[in-house]
Each structure stands twice: as C-alpha cells, then as structure tokens.
Design a protein. Structure first.
Length: 260
C-alpha cells in the first residue's frame, strides 16, 4: 500500500511540474530543447508508473528529417512511450482535453486535437500537420482511432495518411511535378507483465481514466516493448492513402504479433 501511495504522490508531483514548465517557458525554447524535455519527462513518467521500457529499432535509423509516425493504440501511456524515444507532435481526439491533468499536459505540449464530429476536421488537421512537418517536427497519430486490448491491431483509418501520398501539380512539359511527401514511420508496441502479454495497461471498455491509472500503479512487473520499423517512402505516384494505410497496418500488425 505504501508503494502505491508513493507512486501516486510522485506522479502527481511530476504532472504538476510538467504543467509548470509548459505554461511558463516551454513555448519560448527551441524545438530541440522542447523535444529533450518531453523525452526526459516521459521517461520519468514510465519509471514512476513502474513500466520498464524496451526499444528495438533499425540499425542506422536516421530520424533527423520529419516523419509521419503511425502506431497501434492500447493505452493513454502510448503517447509517453513514444515521446520517451522519439518526441513527436501527436494528433489526438478532442475528448482527451477533458482528461484530468494529462489532458492539460497534452494541450500545452504541441498536441493537435481533431474534432471527429466535424466534416472539415481532417482537412484542417492535414494543413496543420504540413505546418509542423515543415517546422521539422515528427507528427504521430493512431490510425486505429481508438484503443484495443493490444492483442491485435484494428483496421487503420486512411484519412490522415493523405500527407504521405505523393502529390502532383502542373508545371513542366510532362504535365506534372511530384511533391516529395514525408516518410511514414510504422511503430509497434505491446505491454507485458513479467514477460507475458498483459492487458493491465489497456484503456478499453467502460474503464475510467482514474481506474486505468490505479490499475497501472498497483501492478508489478509491467514493461512495454516498442519496435520502430523501417520507414516507408512510397515511390509509386499512383499510390492512394488507402493503400498506404493498408501497407502500414500489415507492418504494424506483424510486428505486434512478433513482439509476443
């Protein structure tokens, strides 16, 4: 009981410290320093929550150029798992803004929120994705659009893949010029408890956010395995966002299965 109490106190202090940073000087520091702050803060969050992080990534992966990061979605922890390795601007559903403390943190940490009920929300967010990519930021989202229990990967929605599809414009004798899209970086994660796949961190069903936090704080032996895959750069000018979403889904789904 004492261990859980200490974890809860430390987590509360970390959240308050994060809010203090975000609403004081965070927006006035360079991008590299903001990314470093997110990485350190996220690793502290995982450590306080008792979640050990294991990372696998391709040898020689260069993540200097901005990429569109797509990952399967299991828990509210997912954002911090990725940020602890590859700090990114996240696209999240607008409901997350209502989460206690964590929602406020995401609001201040460059998160792009999308109103799922709005007909024009995707078009608006796509413009903002392009702005962030041009600023040199990685942009990450969960194509499943909801959480799963982590044992399988739900179908990917394709709308936000539009930024990664080669676009055409007129301008030369051949009729079109291809505009270089960002690379798509597929990422897979899976949670474990004592090296066996675990559903404890999964934020699903009728579970409340507070119940999810308490389930994680009371658990022992939790870990998360994050596998960063090879970046995808579609060379085919005729590829569609639906095709790209299917390709990313196959890679992420295979990686999730392999992690188990």
């Amino acid at each position: 009981m004492m261990r859980i109490l200490w974890r809860a106190v430390l987590l509360s202090l970390l959240l308050l410290f994060g809010l203090l940073i975000l609403f004081s000087f965070y927006r006035f520091i360079p991008l590299a320093q903001r990314c470093a702050a997110r990485r350190v803060w996220s690793r502290l969050l995982l450590a306080i929550g008792g979640v050990r992080l294991e990372v696998e990534k391709p040898r020689g992966l260069i993540a200097d150029s901005p990429m569109l990061v797509v990952m399967n979605h299991v828990s509210w922890l997912d954002i911090f798992v990725l940020n602890s390795v590859l700090p990114s601007t996240f696209i999240a559903k607008s409901e997350i803004r209502q989460w206690p403390l964590v929602g406020w943190l995401l609001m201040g940490a460059d998160t792009l929120f999308i109103e799922r009920a709005s007909r024009h929300a995707v078009r608006h967010v796509n413009h903002r994705i392009l702005e962030r990519l041009r600023r040199g930021e990685h942009v990450a989202f969960f194509p499943e659009s909801t959480t799963s229990d982590g044992t399988l990967v739900l179908p990917f929605h394709s709308s936000l893949f539009a930024m990664a599809v080669p676009r055409k414009k007129g301008g030369d004798e051949s009729g079109t010029v291809l505009l270089a899209p960002p690379r798509v970086l597929p990422v897979a994660l899976r949670y474990f408890q004592y090296d066996a796949p675990s559903l404890i961190p999964a934020y699903i069903g009728e579970q409340t956010f507070l119940e999810s936090v308490l389930a994680i704080l009371t658990a022992r032996g939790l870990s998360v395995r994050l596998r960063i895959l090879e970046p995808m750069l579609p060379a085919d000018a005729e590829i569609t966002r639906q095709m790209l979403a299917q390709m990313a889904h196959r890679r992420v789904s295979a990686a999730v299965d392999a992690l188990a």
